[in-house]
Design a protein around this ligand. Structure first.
Ligand SMILES: [Zn+2]
Length: 278
């Protein structure tokens, strides 16, 4: 085992590891994907896997000696590529449902488009989560907030012990939310989620939000924002403006062949395809 007792940040191959609390690590890969390891008294929970060629499993094994389970914020390639290395995988029930309809295909296409080998995932064997689910790690319990939009079963994981919110891509990472992909919900559905999040996260305003690509926000990226609850009302206003045709895109670009548009309001940004404006 490597002894990192006195370091707060160090690198192992393509991964940079930061100890953000005494028992939680942020693990960033060179692709800009952010994973988190929550170390409980009985077991640990890894949030997402990233997609680097070098599996994250040996990295987390070095950080925690007990059993390590995996919880996915959502079923996108860059968050779940190495999920086949874990025997216990948690995923929201709506994501499991959407896997067969669209997400499975999106993940396979994304893998190939990124030059990786497409893998056959046994999503039917995953443990299905609901908003009532509690994942016990011994001395702490991780709970679930549903945040559909970026995908139908996107979730936020809540760690009350260390006051952390693991956001995945639900509202972006401090720059903009990607809502253009096949499988993303439409804007009216996303607005409903934003209203719910505003209520559910209000009592947790002192919690630290950790995005699925945290280096896209401040302090890492001066053009981004600190990911926090202020983005949510701004995102709601932005969605309303887009639906009513009161705002215009500030940038147009092709993402994987799809024509997409970037809109901004306040601290919120959103990247859309025209077919999501309904
Ligand atoms: Zn995503």
């Amino acid at each position: 085992m490597t002894n990192h007792a006195h370091d707060t940040t160090w690198t192992v191959g393509p991964y940079e590891i930061e100890r953000i609390t005494p028992s939680v690590y942020a693990i960033d890969d060179v692709e800009g994907e952010s994973m988190y390891l929550i170390c409980g008294s009985e077991r640990a929970l890894l949030i997402d896997t990233g997609s680097n060629d070098m599996s994250i499993l040996p990295i987390v094994r070095d950080l925690y000696k007990g059993p390590i389970d995996l919880a996915l914020t959502h079923a996108h390639f860059d968050h779940m590529y190495h999920c086949d290395a874990f025997s216990r995988v948690y995923l929201h029930k709506d994501e499991i449902k959407a896997w067969k309809k669209i997400l499975g295909l999106v993940v396979q296409v994304s893998a190939v488009a990124s030059g990786k080998k497409a893998k056959n995932y046994h999503v039917g064997d995953f443990i299905s989560l609901t908003e009532e689910s509690k994942i016990s790690l011994g001395d702490r319990i991780i709970s679930v907030i549903a945040a559909p939009g970026h995908t139908p079963g996107s979730v936020i994981f809540v760690d009350d012990h260390d006051k952390l919110l693991f956001m995945g891509d639900a509202i972006g990472s401090g720059d903009y939310a990607w809502m253009w992909m096949p499988g993303c919900l439409c804007l009216t559905e996303y607005m409903e989620t934003l209203r719910n999040l505003q209520m559910e996260l209000a009592p947790l305003s002192d919690y630290r939000m950790l995005g699925g690509h945290r280096k896209q926000g401040q302090p890492f990226n001066p053009d981004g924002y600190v990911l926090n609850t202020e983005i949510i009302p701004d995102m709601g206003i932005l969605c309303g403006q887009i639906l009513r045709g009161e705002t215009h895109p500030i940038k147009e670009e092709r993402n994987f062949g799809f024509l997409t548009y970037l809109y901004r309001y306040g601290k919120a940004g959103i990247v859309l395809r025209k077919n999501k404006i309904r």
